[in-house]
Design a protein around this ligand. Structure first.
Ligand code: AN0
Ligand code: CP
Length: 318
């Protein structure tokens, strides 16, 4: 494996989940693999889980880890070619990438969508430059359009908790005061569409995701109807994708908040969210604190999904 930015990069999902469960049974079984190898994690945006779980996964493999917060203590980076750099950005990504790559063996990048220009975001300009110019295996720690380490952890979590072969999984939009990227729902949809689960997406009108991510999922505008018989409820807010509202908040309607009354319509579904979550906007206190809430095991599986990806990279290094 040379890059990890989307579901296609991981290959067969059954094999990936089996490898994840093997890693989880003994996460220190491969400590020799990362000896004298260095991971560099580069953050253009904040993180709690991705930062800690990926560092932990690398340490489990015996790797050394360096973390760079681009917006705190590093030179501000210009990412577009051809710009006259007379503003606040002191360094260009085209120099920074090969320099950073020379200090490490594997690179992780977090660079969210800017939500002002859809074409630029959906071209994945930042992570694509790392892939092109670093000469290193590169993985996404949430890029503009996808969050594959999260989706992989979500898949592992569903496989661990499902009680039937083909569960009904519902991705539901939920309200949030600020504009958020579509990366998490896009990616979740992409991974769910690669399984044989029954997969339904529910959101208010105007929040349609890009058709290439919706794929064969059933889209249901009535949230309560979508919840009927569900085995897993996966909540997430996202901003509008469709023009002319790209990146905008169209609604903060708390009628879409996941609450106990709606969860009662499900087949005693598990509640999932990638975190961080805003309580009583996305989900009520009682639902996230209920025994059916698996947000913590879901976050714990971030260490496992990251370890599988790093392990495969290390196995492929010369
Ligand atoms: C981010 C998002 O929605 O993409 C990160 C989620 C893992 N969430 C926030 O910025 C609150
Ligand atoms: N779920 C997730 O990626 O969380 P962080 O933004 O804290 O890394």
């Amino acid at each position: 494996m040379k890059k990890f930015t989307c579901v296609g990069d991981i290959g067969d999902l059954r094999a990936a989940v089996a490898e994840a469960l093997e890693v989880k049974r003994d996460r220190f079984a491969f400590t020799e693999l990362g000896k004298n190898r260095t991971l560099l994690m580069i953050f253009f945006n904040s993180s709690l889980r991705t930062r800690l779980s990926t560092q932990k996964a690398a340490m489990n493999l015996g790797m050394n880890v360096m973390v760079l917060d681009v917006n705190q203590g590093a030179w501000k980076l210009e990412t577009e070619r051809g710009v006259v750099m007379d503003g606040d950005k002191a360094e260009h990504l085209l120099e920074a990438i090969p320099v950073m790559a020379s200090y490490c063996d594997v690179i992780g990048v977090r660079a969210f969508a800017q939500l002002s220009n859809k074409a630029e975001d959906y071209e994945e300009r930042i992570i694509e430059q790392f892939i092109r110019y670093s000469g290193r295996p590169v993985f996404s720690m949430e890029a503009a359009t996808r969050h594959p380490l999260q989706s992989f952890a979500d898949l592992i979590t569903i496989e661990e908790h499902k009680t039937k072969e083909r569960p009904k999984v519902v991705l539901t939009w939920a309200p949030h005061p600020k504009a958020l990227p579509q990366a998490v729902p896009n990616s979740f949809a992409e991974w769910m569409n690669a399984t044989d689960y029954e997969f339904v997406i529910t959101h208010p009108e105007g929040y349609e995701l890009a058709p290439e991510f919706v794929g064969n999922a059933r889209v249901e505008y009535d949230q309560r109807k979508a919840f009927e018989g569900a085995d897993f409820i996966y909540a997430k807010n996202w901003s509008a994708y469709a023009d002319p509202n790209y990146g905008k908040v169209l609604s903060t309607d708390r009628d879409w908040t996941v609450d106990a009354e709606k969860m009662a319509l499900t087949n005693n579904a598990f509640f999932m969210h990638c975190l961080p979550v805003r309580r009583n906007m996305i989900v009520t206190d009682d639902v996230i604190e209920s025994p059916q809430s698996i947000v913590i095991p879901e976050a714990q599986n971030r260490e496992i999904s990251a370890q599988v990806v790093l392990k495969r990279f290390l196995e492929g290094l010369e």
